[in-house]
Design a protein. Structure first.
Length: 97
């Protein structure tokens, strides 16, 4: 966990087990409005395996929705677009021609 300039980043942590009394370094800045908290919900490994099986069994029915494609040279713009949360579907960064 990192805490710099009012931003707390937690990568790969299981937040469902956090306890409010044991995370005062996180809770107090949130209450004071000094920190932004963003989360991404993901499923379990079993759910992921089920999803992969579905995609492999029915590839014609499981096409991803692509909102926008950026060339590699515009990767910073792609991340800015992602952060704007205005996309509907996937944002693609094209690495090769």
């Amino acid at each position: 966990m990192s805490d710099s300039a009012g931003e707390i980043i937690a990568v790969g942590e299981d937040v469902k087990d956090w306890k409010s009394d044991g995370n005062k370094d996180l809770i107090i800045p949130l209450i004071k409005g000094a920190t932004t908290l963003r989360g991404i919900l993901i499923g379990s490994v079993d759910q992921f395996k089920d999803m992969v099986s579905l995609i492999e069994a029915h590839p014609e029915l499981t096409k991803p929705v692509v909102d926008k494609v950026f060339p590699f040279e515009q990767a910073i713009d792609a991340y800015a677009y992602l952060e704007s949360q205005k996309h509907v579907g996937k944002i693609v960064i094209k690495v090769s021609a």
